[in-house]
Design a protein around this ligand. Sequence first.
Ligand code: HEM
Length: 426
Amino acid sequence: MVRLAQMPGSRLQNYLWFQRDPLGFITASRDSGDMVSLYNSKRRPTYIIHHPELIQQILVTKESSFVKGRSSAILQRTVGQGVLTSEGQSHERQKRTMMSAFTKPNLETYARDVAAYTHTMIDGWSSGQQLSIAHDMMLLTLRIICQTMLGVDLQAEAEKIGRSVEQCIQYSADRIYSPVPIPLGLPTRMNRTFKVSRAVLDRFAQQMKGNRAPLLSPLLANACPDEEMRDQILTILIAGHETTANLLGWVFYLVARHPEVGAKLTQEVTEVVGEEELTYEHVAKLPYAQAVIQETLRLYPPAWAILRENIEPVELSGHQVDGHGTYIISPYALHRNPEVFPAPEEFQPERFFRREQEWPRFSYLPFGAGSRACIGSQYAMMEATLILASIWRRGALRLADESFTAVPEPSISLRIKGGLEMIWHT
Ligand code: HEM
């Protein structure tokens, strides 16, 4: 039985709570019901969705009644009508074409680049050195996505492209969660910064277009128009590196806070990899490293909110919605349900060895579900596993300040507020 409920408190109180602490607000709303209505407006209701059955309907069985809506419209200012933001048949066609960049033979090739870039990064570290690891991961994953998908080694340009991507992401996050629509034409500082960053990325995409690379070749073969080519390049830049970089920051933080996990990781990596070069084949042979990543994705899912809007009247587990509703599905809140994940706040990679048979479907969703599920999920798991294994094979990262407590900051993806300082030990 799915419980529909109204969030207690006035609209203003709830609004202020959400603005101050979206993760806390969404998680707390679970106590009220499975489908929690925030506003009484029949015409434009907003719901937070907690029940796996409802999630399955919204993302899969009744997905044709839903679109990404406003969040997508804002992202379109950066990535145009690429696979992340398009809808309907256009989205289907684009996704089919782009899937060919994520085949197993391609992933095997990408794994070599992941290992090589990570190796070079670690070669530049010395034992005892303090690292701004969140920033380093942004640069590493950006260089990897550009090399693997676009066939370009960014080198010195990485800082500039990375900053522009970050500013476009920040702009989008601010706009998506702001109640006041600020037209792009207004000469605000944020609008100006966004326009400059977008121009940098536009020029970059322009230079990439002709490259024979895994993402671009199938697009060229399908006579993809120039503008769509640009949109897909920017989509992959925006969607394909910040999420993984943030995930790795949380992985390193949690492993540093749990030395027993670090010890098991070192043992597995030493036994499985030894002195060999890390390759794609190693990924499947590192179940503990993968469980560490999956458990991190449970506690700190980079995609902390998935948003949908219904475009026609829809019935959800007996509840009829006739107006134009907004639906917030939060993997962050979902993954902390104590009925599904006992001791949900605890970091326990081992729970992934007892899973699936126990968990209801659609209660663990780090990569979404349905036709809009993440196109890069296998890529991301391969990349994160190889980066983690490469680092723990050669040493360990410890917190620069042992008393540091990471606070999640929900932007487009979930990052560590203020970054993460760590010390490299060999
Ligand atoms: C840990 C890393 C990642 C996480 C947690 C993640 C999560 C997600 C989620 C939850 C969605 C679905 C959003 C929705 O339904 O509204 C999504 C979509 C997408 N992701 Fe990822 N992602 C990650 C890495 C990547 C990578 C590495 C790439 C590309 C190489 C990528 C490309 C995309 C694209 C293009 C979409 C849109 C798919 C569509 O709309 O059909 N992601 N991602």
